[in-house]
Design a protein around this ligand. Structure first.
Ligand code: NDP
Length: 256
């Protein structure tokens, strides 16, 4: 079988929150498969550093710093893409934050911030991207980054759990409305991956031991281990797959 099924040459991929962590690994992976990458996070300097890092690896990259949870900023970013003739074929809604606190102590503002960044932003960016994909009539790919917590809760992560559960259903809702137009919307649910977001947990011996004991793979995942699923869902190889979530978790959700 030809690997050209997975070739992303000529496609442009916007990956939100791609200045570091999982987003940067996905940028490296989709870029190596041929895509032009748009790096995003809230910070101009971080975005520029990400662009330079990718270019250093021979990947065609540009930057777009904006807050994915700010509707006006998202609209303005897409208007700039329009003005510059940039057409997005692949959107990865990856930007996310965590806030750990027991629900009885949780402030509404923190609940809202996590929901806005991890769930509403995927709707906002997805809506702008899909409007343009529909207008062009060439379809497109939307990959929403969920989590183990799209499926299961853990104490102290209520807003994150709710947002990631919502990401699973948002992917289905996108598929319901846009699949007929050649847009495939799906999700990836990473397990415990060693990134900045989890640095404190990796360093906590009790948590580290819990992750290793609960996971059939007996280890944390690395951000690069999400690349295969992302290339699959970004490429022609997944053209009849809609509304699915692929867990890349070492098997953690498969065991009790
Ligand atoms: P990191 O904290 O390492 O990176 C998050 C990225 O998102 C940063 O580039 C950050 O940049 C950006 N970001 C955060 N808020 C916004 C915003 N409002 N607008 C634009 N960019 C933003 O996280 P990870 O790489 O670990 O996580 C990436 C995704 O994967 C998240 O959705 C997360 O929930 C999910 N995930 C992670 C897991 C893990 O174990 N690490 C497990 C399951 C899911 P900046 O702050 O500079 O804006």
């Amino acid at each position: 079988m030809s690997l050209s099924l997975f070739d992303l040459t000529g496609r442009t991929a916007l990956i939100t929150g791609s200045a570091r962590g999982i987003g940067m690994s996905l940028a490296e992976g989709l870029g190596a498969a041929g895509a032009r990458i748009i790096v995003n996070s809230r910070g101009d300097d971080a975005v520029q550093a990400g662009v330079e890092h990718l270019r250093g690896a021979g990947i065609d990259a540009i930057g777009a710093a904006f807050d994915v949870a700010d509707e006006a900023a998202v609209r303005a970013a897409f208007e700039r893409f329009d003005a510059d003739g940039i057409k997005i074929d692949i959107l990865v809604n990856n930007a996310g934050i965590q806030h750990r606190q027991p629900m009885l102590e949780l402030a509404l503002a923190d609940w809202q911030r996590v929901l806005d960044t991890n769930l509403t932003a995927a709707f906002l960016v997805g809506r702008e991207a899909a409007r343009r994909m529909l207008q062009r009539g060439r379809g497109g790919k939307i990959i929403n980054i969920g989590s183990l917590m799209s499926e299961a809760a853990r104490a102290t992560t209520a807003p994150y759990t709710v947002a990631k559960g919502g990401i699973k259903m948002l992917s289905k809702a996108m598929a319901a409305e846009w699949a007929a137009h050649g847009i495939q919307a799906n999700a990836i649910g990473p397990g415990y991956i060693h990134t900045d977001m989890n640095e404190k947990l990796v360093a906590d011996p009790a948590f580290d031991a819990w992750v290793k004991a609960s996971n059939p793979a007996r280890r944390w995942g690395q951000p690069q281990e999400l690349v295969g699923a992302a290339i699959f869902l970004a490429s022609a190889a997944s053209d009849y797959i809609n509304g699915q979530i692929i867990y890349v978790d070492g098997g953690m959700l498969s065991v009790l």
